[in-house]
Ligand binder design. Structure first.
Ligand SMILES: [Zn+2]
Length: 312
């Protein structure tokens, strides 16, 4: 399976790659039943079709398979490699452009931790110098977090496509290209995943919530939460736009603790391309982690993390 993902990540750089066909593994993906909390049950197994494309074993690379991206949002991957991917969102909205948490950036730079940053298009526009600074770092890769931090499951399809495409164009102006799409508030369904796939982007969420959003959780608790929940192939979510006032206090302890437990740090694209990587689906969250109406419909937080601490 990971060979398929590799093919896609490679093909993502090929502008001539054919558009992804609607009649694809996405449509064939088994329905995922809605409900429980992250810790009430293990994430749903990826089980992607193994016979849908030929193996990649010789140069030149074969044409990419019709649609090798999974038909779900990825929470983490199964891998034997003891690695985790730290990810940092920068979610500017119309009302709130937030800022840039330079202390977080400095810690990551000093430690040379490979990370994936998911800015909104608006964040890049409101922080041009910082965005260019991020783009100049070889240890940082970019993800797409929509243009205006829109809740993708609640806007018309045409606008949803624009949210991704417009942001991708802004990221391209930085000389970069996204490696994944992360829907704001974690709100996803299969049509959102399909839209991102048509832009050659896997939809990626997280399985470890640092709890930094809003600053309600202490640095000490953040460290304990991440160290207790991270496993091989985990994707950890933080914020680098100042939404997490305690992130900079918690980060050194998290990095030290994870290293102590034998974990290495990799970018998201590296994680997804591990030779034995098997993507694991995030729980369905059509209304996102911050449900608009029904709490029961949203994804439940990890133990000890309250609603107000959830990623946005
Ligand atoms: Zn966000």
């Amino acid at each position: 399976m990971n060979a398929l993902l590799v093919a896609v990540l490679l093909s993502a750089q090929d502008a001539s790659a054919p558009p992804i066909d609607a009649a694809s593994p996405i449509d064939a993906a088994p329905p995922i039943d809605a409900a429980p909390s992250i810790d009430a049950a293990p994430p749903i197994d990826a089980a992607p079709p193994k016979d849908s494309a030929p193996p990649i074993d010789s140069a030149p690379l074969p044409a990419p398979p019709a649609n090798p991206l999974p038909g779900f949002a990825i929470a983490r991957v199964r891998t034997h490699d003891r690695v985790v991917a730290l990810t940092f969102d920068a979610c500017a909205t119309r009302k709130q452009s937030n800022g840039f948490d330079r202390e977080v950036f400095d810690i990551l730079k000093r430690e040379q931790i490979p990370v994936t940053v998911f800015p909104t298009g608006r964040w890049i526009e409101t922080h041009p110098a910082e965005a260019n600074e991020l783009a100049a770092q070889a240890w940082i890769e970019f993800g797409n977090h929509t243009y205006s931090h829109a809740r993708m499951t609640r806007i018309p399809r045409r606008k949803a496509v624009q949210q991704i495409v417009r942001t991708e164009a802004i990221i391209a102006e930085l000389g970069r290209k996204s490696v994944a799409f992360r829907p704001p508030a974690g709100a996803w369904n299969r049509s959102v995943v399909r839209l991102a796939a048509r832009q050659h982007l896997p939809t990626v969420e997280w399985d470890v919530i640092s709890g930094d959003a809003g600053g309600h959780i202490s640095a000490k608790k953040m460290v304990a939460t991440v160290l207790a929940t991270a496993q091989a192939g985990s994707i950890v979510i933080f914020h680098i736009n100042g939404r997490g006032p305690h992130t900079k206090e918690a980060l050194p302890g998290i990095i030290r603790g994870l290293r102590h437990k034998g974990f290495g740090f990799v970018t998201l694209s590296d994680l997804l391309q591990r030779p034995d990587a098997q993507p694991v689906s995030a729980r369905p969250a059509p209304f996102g982690f911050r449900p608009l109406r029904s709490k029961r419909r949203g994804q439940e937080p990890a133990k000890g993390i309250g609603d107000e601490d959830l990623p946005t």
